[in-house]
Design a protein around this ligand. Sequence first.
Ligand SMILES: [Zn+2]
Length: 178
Amino acid sequence: MATRTAQNTPRPRYRDGDFVPTREVPFSAELDEMIAEIRAGNAPNIGRFCGYCCAPLGDSEYCGVCDETTDRTPSVDKIDRDLAQIYQAKRKREGLYVHLAAWTGILLATGLSILMILLLPGWTKAFAIIFLVLGGYFAGVFFGNVLIQGIAYRAGLNMFAKRWAQWRASGGAARSGS
Ligand SMILES: [Zn+2]
């Protein structure tokens, strides 16, 4: 049933438009950066991570992302492979949204300048070319960066929330005591 699925999928929490990590959706921006670095081959997959959500702990005994302590759930020294894939998939999803939006903007500007070429009389058609160059650029930037950023951000986090819950349910972070 659709309602049951909706209930089981945790919702990301936001404060003033910014995502706030919770125990249900413990997305760590720091871990996200780290996974990207490891993938790029710039860093080894080793460190000290939260046993519950894998966020980097540093020297701390307390995880600021999910509120776990190392007393309850011992830290781990590696990022779980499946979890790293979820972080990676989130980045891809966001990138896809941004690309699609940027291309929509460019196509829209192109369509408008073609209309201008058809409709404008004589030499004023030159404006269509100017519009194509400038409009295409600004539309691409506007759609790709400004307009879609919030949508991509939320879409990425929604996907993360869903897949994280699945990962957790399938025995990811199985070391957790509770
Ligand atoms: Zn944690």
